[in-house]
Write a protein that binds this ligand. Structure first.
Ligand SMILES: [Zn+2]
Length: 449
C-alpha cells in the first residue's frame, strides 16, 4: 500500500516497496493428465515484444504450455477448438504491485484507521480468504500473475499463493513477499505502547544492518519469493547500510528486493543499494532516475486517473468537498504523469503496478487495477509501451520472463482476449472476454461477432 490515502487527499503519498522474485512461484503445472491439445482462434493477436499484430491468429496449447502460435497454424487432430471471433489475443497481464489481502473502505477515513481495523480484527486466515476473492477478480479481469507486496498479515499471502498452486482455489500466480521490512512503526499511524504489538503482524521492523539481515532471512524462512521494504514512512527511513544488508542477503539466495520509496532521500537509498524496483516514487530526482536507468532498476508507477482518486472510493461527500478533492487529485495525477514521462525519457523501464487496495464501488478489484494502465496512457506513454509495462517488463522484473509475459512456443499458456484493439486504446484491456491460465480456461464469454 501506499501510505497517505492519496486517493482521497490527492497529496503526494508515501510508500515504497521492494520486491524479489523467486522461481518457486511458477512451480505449478496443472496439466499432467494426458489431454488433447486446445486450439484458440481469434481475428487478431498482439505480440508485446515486436508490437506486431497477427491476423487469423491461432495458438495451440498442450499440457499447459503454448506448443505453436502464429497465423493460420495447423490444428492438431482431435484438438478442442475455441473460436473467439473478432477479439485480440494477448499474453496474460502481470500486476507487479498488489495487496490482495487488503480491501480498505473509503468511508472509514483513510489508511490509518483502515489499517488499524484490518490488522486488529482480521486473522491472517480471514485475510487469505479475502485474498481468494480479490485474486479471483484479478484473474477474471485478465491479470494472470501478481507480485503481492505485503500487508497480508503474518504469511497470509504465502497461504494464498500455496492454495492457488495446489489447486484448492483459482487465482493468479502469486510472487509473495511476506511481511514488508520497515523502520519503526511500519506504515501505522500513531499507536499507544500497548497497541504496538499490532505492528509485527504486518511489518518486520529493522533498526540496524544486523536486524536487516535477520529479518530478510526470516522472510525467506516464512516463504517469501521477494523482499519488500518500506524505505520511508514520514520521517522514518531505512538507512543505506540497512538497505545494503537486505539486498546482500536477498541476492545471496537469488532473490530480489522491491522498495517503497518516495522523495529524494529514500529513492536514492533504494537505488544506491541496488534494489530491483522502486515503487511509487511520486517524487524522485533526475539523479536517482539516472542511477535507476544505469542499474536497470524498474519504476513501478502506481498511478491512477484523477477521477478515480476521487470517485472510486465512495463515501459521503458534499459538492464542495468533491470539487476540492478533484482539484487535489488532478494536481497529483499531473505530477505523477510528469515524473513517469521524465523517467521513460531517461531510459528507466516501467513495470505495471496498481497498488489497488481499496474497495471501489462499481469495479471489481481487477477492473479497478487496470485503471492504472489508462493513467499511463493519459500521461503520454504510447499504448504499446503501456502493454509492455504490463507484460514483458513485469515478467522481467519478477524474474519470470522465460515463462510468462509473451505468446511464444514453450511459454506457459497464460492467454487473454479482449474486445477491441489495445494498441489503439489501452482502455480496451478492460474489455476482457477470455482468460486462460496455465492452459486452464478461467473465463470464456463466447465468440465475438
Ligand atoms: Zn502498496
Amino acid at each position: 500500500m501506499s501510505i497517505l490515502t492519496y486517493r482521497s487527499v490527492g497529496a503526494a503519498a508515501t510508500v515504497g516497496l521492494i520486491a524479489l522474485v523467486s522461481s518457486s512461484i511458477v512451480a505449478q503445472q496443472p496439466a499432467t493428465v494426458q489431454q488433447p491439445a486446445t486450439v484458440i482462434r481469434a481475428a487478431r493477436m498482439v505480440d508485446p515484444k515486436s508490437g506486431a499484430t497477427t491476423t487469423n491468429a491461432v495458438i495451440v496449447v498442450d499440457r499447459g504450455r503454448i506448443s505453436a502460435v502464429g497465423s493460420n497454424v495447423a490444428v492438431p487432430p482431435n484438438a478442442r477448438v475455441i473460436d473467439l471471433g473478432n477479439v485480440t489475443l494477448l499474453p496474460g497481464l502481470i500486476d507487479a504491485h498488489t495487496h490482495l489481502l487488503q480491501n480498505y473502505r473509503g468511508g472509514i477515513g483513510g489508511d490509518d484507521p483502515n489499517m488499524l481495523l484490518t490488522v486488529a480484527t482480521m486473522s491472517p486466515a480471514s485475510r487469505a480468504l479475502l485474498g481468494v476473492k480479490m485474486g479471483r477478480e484479478d484473474l477474471e479481469a485478465g491479470i494472470t500473475t501478481v507480485r503481492d507486496v505485503g500487508n497480508s498479515g503474518w504469511n497470509g499471502d504465502v497461504a494464498l499463493r500455496d492454495a492457488i498452486n495446489a489447486g484448492w482455489v483459482q487465482g493468479p500466480r502469486i510472487v509473495a513477499s511476506t511481511r514488508a521490512l520497515s523502520a519503526a512503526g511500519g506504515q501505522f499511524g500513531e499507536l499507544q505502547p500497548a497497541a504496538q504489538h499490532l505492528v509485527e503482524q504486518e511489518y518486520a521492523v529493522v533498526s540496524t544492518p544486523d536486524d536487516a539481515r535477520r529479518a530478510t532471512k526470516q522472510a525467506f524462512y516464512d516463504g517469501a519469493d521477494v523482499i519488500k521494504v518500506i524505505v520511508n514512512t514520514g520521517p522514518r527511513v531505512v538507512s543505506l547500510d540497512e538497505m545494503r544488508a537486505i539486498v546482500d542477503e536477498a541476492h545471496r539466495v537469488g532473490k530480489r528486493v522491491a522498495a517503497h520509496a518516495i522523495g529524494d532521500t529514500a529513492t536514492f537509498i533504494a537505488a544506491e543499494a541496488g534494489v530491483s524496483s522502486i515503487e511509487h516514487a511520486y517524487t524522485v530526482p533526475d539523479t536517482v532516475l539516472k542511477l535507476m536507468a544505469r542499474k536497470g532498476i524498474f519504476l513501478v508507477a502506481t498511478d491512477y486517473p484523477a477521477e478515480f482518486y476521487v470517485d472510486g472510493l465512495g463515501g459521503p461527500v458534499t459538492p464542495e468537498q468533491h470539487a476540492q478533492r478533484l482539484r487535489g487529485a488532478q494536481a497529483f495525477a499531473k505530477s505523477n504523469a510528469e515524473r513517469l514521462m521524465r523517467a521513460t525519457r531517461m531510459g528507466v523501464r516501467v513495470a505495471f503496478g496498481s497498488d489497488e487496495y481499496y474497495d471501489a464501488p462499481g469495479y471489481t478489484r481487477g477492473q479497478a487495477s487496470l485503471l492504472t494502465l489508462q493513467a499511463y496512457q493519459e500521461a503520454g506513454m504510447p499504448p504499446l509501451e503501456v502493454l509492455r509495462a504490463a507484460t514483458i517488463n513485469s515478467a522481467d522484473l519478477l524474474g519470470l520472463a522465460d515463462r510468462i509475459g509473451s505468446l511464444e512456443t514453450g511459454k506457459l499458456a497464460d492467454i487473454i482476449a479482449v474486445d477491441g484493439d489495445p494498441l489503439h486504446d489501452v482502455k480496451d484491456l478492460r474489455k476482457t472476454r477470455f482468460v486462460m491460465k496455465g492452459g486452464v480456461v478461467i473465463r470464456n464469454d463466447g465468440a465475438m461477432k
